[in-house]
Design a protein around this ligand. Structure first.
Ligand SMILES: [Zn+2]
Length: 407
């Protein structure tokens, strides 16, 4: 297998999580008795450009289906994040009714609705019908396709070039990152800006966030590697911010390579920080598997002990993270009896692999679990606040990452 960015032969395995079903393939009760599709979940690191990437097994059209169950608007903290971003970027770039904003993977319109409300023309690109329907229902124009060079050319032919391209949590999700970057180059105006947000590889390793590894994530990115990818596409990164979202993300600001915008010193400072951490050295990558194995071993031992004591164990948030943790830890519904989730699209279904039933959050008070594992640890504050009533019956929250922790 060759590196998807620089074509170097990949020799080094960063993480091998065995086989796993696609993480958003929630099962109906009828599907429980049928065989599940599983794909190897193995990441390589390229020793030339340091792109961490999945093996090429699953195809994006099998992962992002019509039934795709992830709706961005379910998380109130994510909605707030989107709102604050809109205000900040509108001011920074002086966006107005004559501007054009393009969002890639616009999901259910969680972000573009702010631009619509402000009277700034916009368009979303979104391949999954379920979320695109939701966006259109609230008046957001959506084009249903995957973004890349071809779709950017079509926009160009229609005279649509963006003053701002937004890509939140999509850059790491695209199978062909070079083609996507060519699309970014074509689809934005001279003098325009691209902002991309993606989880930072440095945090993934530092805080052992291996549960953010799933099939839909094709790439795990450092700023250094993103700069190389941009450079090859005729783009440059001119600024970067570190964000607390998704366990620590980067927001990079990009533009045409020949743009007059000066590059902020934050870019070279952050690349230096990555280098000091060891992101340009194989050792850090090759030590990761053993740390991950310890996390799953500790969790399994704890849960088995609690089960033997007759305790009830549930979970909160049927996120993709939970699927990775349960599947690699070989934890099934005999140990974790249920998971509550606020998304109606997931309720009544089952988590892939582990077959843990997904229930409405109101059942928490009926079932009174002794332990509740929080799967989306990035939403810990939101969840513990919303579900604080578990204290009434002596229930406690638990997190497995970066190490077993009772909250
Ligand atoms: Zn490479």
């Amino acid at each position: 297998m060759k590196c998807r960015h620089c074509n170097t032969e990949l020799k080094y395995v960063f993480l091998n999580l065995g086989v796993a079903p696609p993480s958003n393939a929630y099962l109906s009760i009828d599907e429980l008795s049928q065989p599940e599709k599983v794909f190897p979940l193995k990441l390589y690191v390229c020793h030339n450009c340091w792109l961490v990437q999945t093996e090429d097994y699953s195809k994006s059209d099998e992962l992002f289906t019509k039934e795709y169950a992830y709706f961005s608007s379910v998380s109130s903290s994510w909605l707030e994040h989107a709102f604050r971003y809109t205000e900040m970027i509108t001011g920074k770039l002086n966006l107005n009714k004559n501007s054009f904003v393009l969002e890639l993977a616009s999901n259910d319109g969680y972000l573009l609705k702010n631009f619509v409300a402000a009277g700034i023309p916009c368009l979303g690109i979104e391949p999954t019908d379920s979320t695109a329907d939701a966006a259109e229902a609230i008046g957001i124009p959506v084009r249903r396709e995957f973004f890349g060079e071809n779709s950017a050319r079509k926009l160009e032919q229609e005279g649509k070039k963006a003053d701002l391209i937004i890509g939140n949590n999509v850059f790491a999700h695209v199978p062909d990152i070079n083609d996507f970057s060519k699309g970014l180059k074509i689809a934005h105006k001279s003098g325009g800006t691209i902002t991309l947000e993606f989880p930072h590889l440095l945090n993934l390793i530092k805080y052992k966030q291996f549960d953010t590894v799933y099939h839909e994530h094709y790439s795990y990115l450092s700023l250094y590697t993103v700069c190389l990818i941009f450079q090859q596409a005729g783009l440059k990164v001119y600024d970067v911010e570190e964000l607390p979202t998704h366990g620590g993300s980067l927001r990079v600001y990009g533009c045409h390579a020949d743009d007059v915008k000066e590059t902020n010193s934050s870019v070279s400072k952050l690349i230096e920080k990555e280098k000091e951490f060891g992101l340009q050295d194989l050792t850090v990558y090759l030590n990761f598997q053993a740390e991950v194995d310890k996390i799953t071993r500790d969790l399994l031992t704890f849960l088995k002990k609690q089960k033997q004591k007759g305790k009830t164990i549930g979970a909160y948030g049927a996120a993709a993270k939970g699927n990775t943790l349960m599947n690699y830890g070989k934890i099934k519904n005999d140990l974790v009896s249920f998971v509550c989730d606020a998304a109606p699209s997931k309720q009544g279904k089952y988590m892939p692999g582990s077959h843990i039933p997904i229930l409405h959050p109101s059942v928490m008070t009926d079932l009174k679990p002794d332990w509740v594992i929080i799967f989306p640890w990035n939403l810990e504050k939101e969840i513990t606040k919303q579900q604080s009533k578990i204290k009434e019956w002596g229930g406690k929250f638990l997190e497995a990452i970066p190490e077993l922790r009772i909250i």
